[in-house]
Design a binder for this molecule. Structure first.
Ligand code: ADP
Length: 459
């Protein structure tokens, strides 16, 4: 189906409603007019019929001339053009009012019309009342009529005026409506043009916001906010891709250089073995990075789903801490784990929670110098389970605290000291905590240490 513009649709609606309204109005005006005319005429007809009745009964025994005289007198009193005809039982005309003379209402005995009605007498419309009147000696048929020609003509004139003015009014209103709708919708057209000009390569463009505080202004503001979100998302993805490529380029270049150097001349088996071991380490680190990247990409696209179940959090903490113990020993760290004696039930994904804890424990180990202290504590309150990982490491500057959860972000201090991760661990950890309806908060002071707290809702 061909699309119909809102402008045209609005105009058509407007036109139809107005047309229906005006037609109803015109019909009402005409019907009211007609009704008013009939009511007045019918009143007169009835009054006159009563008068004729009375005369016929009063003069029933008198001479015919007296009857004639009384009826003529009565006819004179009646409004102009009130016609009276009286027929006897044999269908002969007995009396005709003077006004009727030149008029000739009906040639034959008219049909009885107990209630006033409109009839055509000699091509002219008449409002007539025809009744039988019985006196002791005679039976009459009395007709009282008023020509309605003039009234009908007046009503016809009103009708003509309405017939001309209504279509004219409708056309003018439709044109006005079309113009108004066009004006009201013109910001939409400019929004369409502006939106079409926005290219994915440059999402910084914004729609012009109409001045009027109406729905279109809201639409423009909403679309602009959506564009801002899209732009931020797009920039994040672009930055992520660039950072990811950069992070991957380094180990690939390293592996390649090592291999090239190794192949320059023949090496002893020990040399080959040492080089291969180095490369293997690098490859393990790179595949870890690739796995982290993949997880984040899947998290972004919503493809990474967690399997929630009733898990014992203290067990997960215990196992993760035990895993890190070897590293801690190697670095001579003072390592302590404090767990509650009871079960701590959490609705969660055991593998994901373990992964999150390993990130935090690994960081605590990595960023704490030899001989430092790392403590892991799990405590509960009625609604939450809190895992606290405290270290006496290099700490994090205040202005960097908000950024450490950003992807690829590493503090200057960390960069200078270790060749640790790529800065993805905490963003993965935060994603996992949030998926569990929890959060990770951090307190830290440079050269004093850090406390990372994972707050999870209890089951
Ligand atoms: P990375 O793999 O580099 O450790 P993370 O995302 O886990 O990446 O951490 C981001 C940055 O936050 C780290 O590079 C480091 O600068 C800082 N950081 C994280 N944990 C600690 C900690 N316990 N002590 C000091 N700095 C930390």
């Amino acid at each position: 189906m061909k699309p119909v513009s809102i402008r045209l649709r609005l105009t058509l609606w407007y036109f139809s409603i107005l047309a229906a309204g005006l037609l109803a109005f015109a019909s009402l005006v005409l019907a009211t007019l007609q009704h008013a005319v009939h009511r007045t005429l019918d009143g007169e007809l009835r009054e006159h019929m009563t008068a004729v009745h009375n005369i016929l009964r009063e003069d029933a025994n008198g001479p015919a001339s007296a009857l004639q005289h009384d009826l003529d007198e009565d006819a004179e009193l009646a409004p102009d053009l009130t016609l009276v005809e009286i027929w006897d039982g044999n269908g002969r005309i007995v009396y005709r009012s003077p006004a009727t003379m030149g008029f000739h209402v009906f040639d034959r005995l008219p049909q009885i019309a107990e209630k006033p009605m409109t009839r055509f007498g000699r091509h002219r419309p008449l409002r007539v009342l025809v009744q039988n009147v019985a006196t002791p000696h005679f039976a009459y048929t009395v007709l009282v009529a008023i020509p309605v020609h003039d009234f009908e003509e007046a009503i016809e004139q009103v009708k003509t005026v309405l017939e001309i003015s209504i279509p004219l009014l409708l056309v003018l209103a439709a044109l006005g409506g079309y113009w108004t709708a066009g004006r009201a919708l013109s910001p939409v057209l400019s929004m369409i043009a502006a939106a079409e000009a926005i290219h994915p390569n440059d999402l910084s463009a914004r729609l012009q916001v109409p001045e009027a505080r109406d729905e279109l202004q809201r639409l423009a503001l909403t679309l602009n906010r959506m564009l801002a979100r899209l732009q931020a998302g797009f920039e994040r993805i672009t930055r992520f891709t660039a950072d990811a490529s950069h992070e991957l380029r380094t180990p690939v270049a390293l592996l390649r250089t090592r291999a090239e150097v190794l192949l320059r001349r023949t090496r002893t088996p020990e040399e080959y073995e040492a080089a291969l071991k180095e490369n293997l380490q690098e490859l393990e680190r790179t595949s870890g990075l690739l796995e982290e990247l993949l997880l984040l990409a899947r998290a972004d696209s919503g493809a990474e789903t967690l399997q929630f179940a009733d898990v014992a959090l203290e067990e997960i903490v215990r196992a993760a801490a035990a895993d890190m113990r070897a590293v801690a020993n190697e670095k001579h760290l003072l390592w302590s784990v404090d767990l509650p004696p009871e079960r701590v039930h959490v609705d969660g994904d055991a593998a994901a929670l373990r992964r999150m804890l390993l990130v935090l424990l690994d960081n605590a180990g990595k960023y704490t110098p030899e001989g430092g202290e790392v403590s892991v504590k799990l405590r509960v309150d009625p609604a939450h389970a809190v895992v606290e990982i405290r270290d006496t490491g290099i700490g994090i500057g205040e202005e960097e605290l908000t950024r450490i959860f950003d992807r690829f972000y590493r503090t200057d201090n960390a960069r200078a000291r270790t060749t640790g991760g790529a800065g993805l661990g905490l963003s993965i950890g935060r994603w996992i905590a949030e998926k569990h309806g929890g959060s990770i908060v951090v307190e830290s002071k440079p050269d004093v240490g850090s406390v990372f707290r994972v707050v999870l809702p209890r089951k």
